[in-house]
Design a protein around this ligand. Sequence first.
Ligand SMILES: Cc1cc2nc3c(=O)[nH]c(=O)nc-3n(C[C@H](O)[C@H](O)[C@H](O)COP(=O)(O)O)c2cc1C
Length: 267
Amino acid sequence: MSGNGVVLGLVGSPNREGRTNRLVRAALEGAAMAGAATELLQMSERVVAACKDCLPWVCAEKRKCTYDDQAFELLSEKVLNAGALILGTPVYWWDTSAMVKYFILKMFRVHARSAPLQGLPAFGISIAGGTGNGLVSGLRPVYHFFQIMQMRALDPVPATRFNFAGAENRAREMGGIVAAMRHKRHPFTGLEERLLWYDQLPYLGLSRAEERRLLASLAALALPEDRSGKLVSGLARADTLRAGGDKMASMVEITKCYDAGAKALAG
Ligand SMILES: Cc1cc2nc3c(=O)[nH]c(=O)nc-3n(C[C@H](O)[C@H](O)[C@H](O)COP(=O)(O)O)c2cc1C
């Protein structure tokens, strides 16, 4: 058994009824269906204080923050003892929420050196619930956390309003997959395998232009077939322009498709 075998879901949003909570809950449902014990924690009830980067750097040896931070104690203990981790963040300003970032940064300072999470199965969920911008860039800090802590991260789930139902299903499915791995750690043979592993995960390597195209395609696909055709051909035009070297015209075309899709879905 790895840790206590529990599949732990962290909700990095202040909203108990929000989309981040729903997606993490879906993932935990999938884990429970696979037979795992699960636990959900709303991080807003335990917001970690900013790391002071203090010197001398003794917290990495003591494996404890020098300052009294009950929220960090609780959250870090839960993660250190878990059999698998699911971390969901709302996308704020194309990035993770502050409470997720503060937790990550303190985990680096206190625990990255001793690497107690080596091989822990994990996956991340982002929800860009407004415009949809940042659905991938909001995931990157989460996967950087997994990578630095040497966890065995699985495919991310980027969600927006446009693909929410599909993302919930995907989160449920991924919850089952991560649960099946909870009994043991899955460490990397070395840094090389770890870097290559993270490089092959979907979405995370997209350029900004590709991220925007992904978003426009999600908006197009959310429309009924008789209305999505124009947008799909617009995206094909954008691809042709890009292949021909006209990146700006391609981006303009993508934006047109996105705007039309978002407008149609709002109306
Ligand atoms: C400060 C702030 C910044 C936000 N920035 C973005 C953004 O960059 N992209 C986006 O799609 N939505 C953005 N949103 C919308 C949230 O992603 C959306 O409301 C999401 O559903 C929040 O998660 P929750 O439902 O768990 O509260 C932002 C919301 C707030 C409060």
